[in-house]
Design a protein around this ligand. Structure first.
Ligand SMILES: [Zn+2]
Length: 413
């Protein structure tokens, strides 16, 4: 291997000490002393590796190696170092530290690359403190202005802007964090999978084909309340029985597709008595897939099914899309580079979509992105038990190292 797995592992553990909370996990929220200390530690790693270090106006921390061509663009590698409340040491941190490891290895081997290679630790991806995530990457692409920084507050009523000021940042200057997209060649991100696919396939790394799009639906059903003892079955207009049939139909629809996931996570029943036929039911559907046309088709199918089932049962039904986001595909060129880097390690290339959002989803709005996932023990994350193995992290770093070399040749001139 060309990367130093021992160095990478010791840094994972060292950074994993900053922000330790009472429950044995990590709570390292944006614009706090813990986050500041974490960035100081990253700065010492970056400076020790001989990188040019800078921080932008939203607190994104960068370390760069200049390429041999002064006009060449930047290959950016990164993730985030903030955590959720009581999170683990790998989510985000693994991607940032792998980025630093890759750059340090390039430096040590005195590789001459054409492009600038840069690592970034984005500010506040999780959104745990202000309930608004991806602040750093959004500022980076120019999608965040100073008003946004006053719009969100933490549990104590402190706005992002005020929290920034407390740490010495100037919220009024946030627009200066915007990158010139012309100067970016691409963005690469390594992240723990937070799922069980790689573990079940027994491979350390996976190629992420994209970040899924999402549709949230709210369905309201009106029937007729009645006495559970005196109303015969054939005279009922029971919205909960209607909901049950629909929930089953939604599960069947999703199972018929390759990778669609559908979840009913909320249901409200009125009046909610043990001996009363309900009069009203409200439930939600969370629908995700890489393909937006497919998601739209499935929403149409759900509406049709709902109409059919509700009419049959004498129920009034209403279906509203309350939230939606578009799926993002990773770049085919980058995926090809990643696949050959994986093949070089004699590993099977397992392709999988990301069911969760990441900074790469935001950065994809301005440049090509590529992602790899690392095997996550039992698929769990956002808890102190979150775990990735030392060897898997090393494999992730090696794959990114080879991917960068490959892409540098592609982006030559
Ligand atoms: Zn993350």
């Amino acid at each position: 291997m060309e990367i130093n797995s021992t160095r990478l592992w010791s840094r994972i553990n060292e950074l994993g000490q900053i922000g330790k909370d009472q429950q044995g996990g990590l709570t390292r929220l944006a614009f706090t002393e813990q986050e500041h200390q974490a960035k100081q530690l990253l700065t010492t790693y970056m400076e020790g590796a001989g990188l040019e270090v800078r921080e932008d106006q939203i607190g994104n921390l960068f370390g760069k190696i200049k390429g041999t061509d002064p006009n060449a663009r930047t290959i950016l590698i990164g993730s985030h170092i903030d955590t959720v409340f009581n999170g683990g040491i790998f989510d985000g941190a693994a991607g940032v530290l792998i980025g630093i490891e890759v750059l340090q290895s390039i430096k040590q081997q005195k590789l001459k690359l054409t492009n600038d290679i840069e690592v970034v630790a984005f500010t506040d991806e999780e959104g745990a403190r202000f309930s608004s995530g991806m602040i750093g990457s959004q500022a980076f692409i120019g999608a965040l202005d100073v008003n946004d920084l006053y719009a969100y507050t933490d549990q104590f009523g402190i706005s992002i802007a005020e929290a920034m000021k407390q740490q010495g940042y100037l919220p009024e200057h946030v627009s200066r964090a915007k990158v010139d997209p012309e100067k970016l060649a691409c963005y690469l991100e390594v992240h723990i999978e937070q799922g069980k696919i790689l573990e079940s396939k027994q491979v350390p790394v996976g190629l992420v084909t994209g970040i899924v799009g999402l549709r949230w639906l709210k369905i309201k059903l009106h029937g007729e309340a009645g006495h559970a003892g005196t109303t015969p079955m054939h005279l009922r207009k029971d919205p909960l029985a209607c909901a049950a049939e629909m929930i089953q139909a939604v599960e069947t629809l999703a199972k018929a597709e390759q990778a669609t996931v559908a979840t009913v996570g909320q249901i409200k029943v009125k009046p909610g008595g043990i001996n009363v036929i309900p009069s009203e039911v409200e439930f939600t559907i969370d629908l995700r897939d890489l393909s937006d046309p497919l998601l739209d088709k499935l929403v149409d199918r759900i509406r049709q099914d709902l109409k059919r089932v509700a009419t049959k049962r004498g129920i009034t039904a209403d279906c509203t899309v309350i939230e939606q986001s578009q799926g993002v595909k990773t770049s085919e060129t980058i995926n090809h580079a990643i696949a050959s880097a994986i093949a070089k390690q004699n590993l099977e290339t397992v392709e999988l979509p990301s069911g969760a959002g990441h900074d790469a989803m935001v950065v994809a709005q301005i440049t090509d992105v590529g992602m790899i996932f690392l095997r996550t023990k039992n698929g769990i994350s956002h808890t102190p038990e979150e775990w990735a193995d030392k060897d898997d992290l090393a494999m992730g770093a090696q794959v990114i190292f080879d991917t960068v070399k490959y892409l540098d040749l592609q982006n030559n001139g």
